[in-house]
Design a protein. Structure first.
Length: 404
């Protein structure tokens, strides 16, 4: 009887072609597009901005030492005089500008110090990149001035660096290859689990109320527990379907990046793609852990959807109930970026729904532990059972089933 009810709900949902598109095509295509397109786009934009000759504003060009001007122009920039550099940058006339004070050359020749001002738009990526050109040129010129002053008094410039700092990356290969976009993978898996399951859940509860078919089902020779489990299985199937398609998209995107696209890129673009997650290592163990976690997450979301949408009178009302649930996934997914700062440790593995995304993030970065996996899967299983018990009790209440 459970199989019959589940099959009825699956067939009812499949009659809507939007279910096929949202559950199969979109998650399968969107993750590879993001994994391929976003790094390539950013890498191409960064490389273009670094190699394109860009006009930059300068006030006091006549006071600028020729060596400094040459260093700035060596950064693929052309200096153009402006009267008000701050306004020029604010109005986007120039992405960045520099102010050279009068008497700079004389002050430096006399062994004095001077201050240069660089104008940029904080948060504006193009402005930040071009301001970096100016700052790099000024830093190089400063080193030249320091070297000349030390040479004039017979001092080796190395005395200014009695200590050197060598920075070495202690992260694992998986952590380095996951890049800065790794948090998007559990985010999309969770979001499409919710998206895929909500159509079946709403149709199986509020939709049946609206069509008047729930009463027919309840007077049939079937137990309430079988009704709950059948609807739960159908909802889980659609949620899991979307989640698995997202995982497949992740695997395909990683393989395409590593095998087909990354080797043919230039050095600058390849570095950007790698930083953004273009060298993801996909292993069978990783896929298995992601799939099992997705099954439990889909079960939890499906049980939650059934429990919530059952209280709605109509399809439209059920949608309004489901909409806020997305924040239960969006906020934890965003917090994954600041997980190291939060410092909650193993406590995160006990929080249902959040723990699934934390575990998926660990899996992608190759940092999953047996303890984290066990706690997460146990916590999710307990939460699913609790929500199904709540849904079963709700199916026993006529004031919930026949709300008017």
């Amino acid at each position: 009887m459970v199989r019959r009810i589940a099959a009825k709900e699956i067939l009812s949902t499949l009659r809507d072609t939007r279910a096929i598109v949202s559950n199969l095509l979109i998650p399968l295509l969107l993750l590879p597009v993001i994994m391929l397109g976003l790094p390539f786009l950013l890498g191409g934009l960064f490389q273009r901005e670094a190699t394109t000759v860009t006009p930059l504003g300068i006030q006091g060009l006549e006071h600028a030492p020729a060596e400094l001007v040459a260093l700035i122009e060596g950064q693929n920039a052309v200096l153009e005089s402006v009267d008000d550099p701050e306004a020029a940058v604010r109005d986007d006339t120039y992405p960045a500008a520099i102010v050279i004070p009068a008497g700079l050359a004389e002050a430096l020749a006399a062994g004095e110090s001077a201050a240069l001002t660089v104008y940029r738009k904080m948060g504006n990526l193009r402005s930040e990149l071009n301001a970096g050109k100016l700052e790099s040129a000024v830093a190089a010129y400063r080193q030249e001035v320091v070297a000349e002053r030390l040479a004039a008094v017979g001092v080796d410039p190395s005395v200014l660096e009695p200590l050197r700092v060598e920075t070495r990356d202690a992260s694992t290969e998986a952590e380095r290859s996951s890049g800065q976009l790794a948090w998007l993978i559990p985010f999309f898996i969770a979001i499409w689990t919710l998206t895929g399951g909500q159509m079946a859940a709403i149709d199986a509860t509020a939709g049946e109320k609206e069509r008047g078919t729930l009463e027919v089902l309840l007077v049939a020779p079937v137990r309430r527990a079988e009704v709950v489990v059948g609807k739960f299985l159908a909802t889980t199937l659609f949620g899991l379907w979307a989640a698995v398609m997202a995982i497949v998209g992740f695997v395909v995107g990683g393989l395409l990046l590593r095998g087909a696209f990354l080797p043919g890129l230039g050095a600058g673009a390849a570095e950007m793609v790698s930083v953004m997650g273009g060298q993801l290592s996909v292993t069978p163990t990783m896929v298995v852990l992601l799939v099992v976690s997705a099954v439990l997450l889909a079960s939890l979301i499906s049980a939650l959807l059934i429990s919530v949408t059952l209280f709605a009178r109509s399809f439209k009302e059920a949608q309004s109930y489901v909409a806020p649930l997305s924040f239960l996934l969006i906020l934890p997914a965003i917090s994954l970026q600041f997980r190291d700062l939060i410092g909650a440790g193993d406590a995160l593995y006990w929080v249902p729904m959040l723990n699934a995304m934390v575990l998926m993030d660990d899996v992608v970065k190759g940092a999953a532990t047996a303890q984290g996996i066990a706690i997460t899967w146990l916590s999710l299983s307990v939460a699913v059972v609790a929500l199904l018990a709540f849904a079963y009790r709700s199916f026993q209440r006529e004031d919930v089933l026949f709300r008017t």
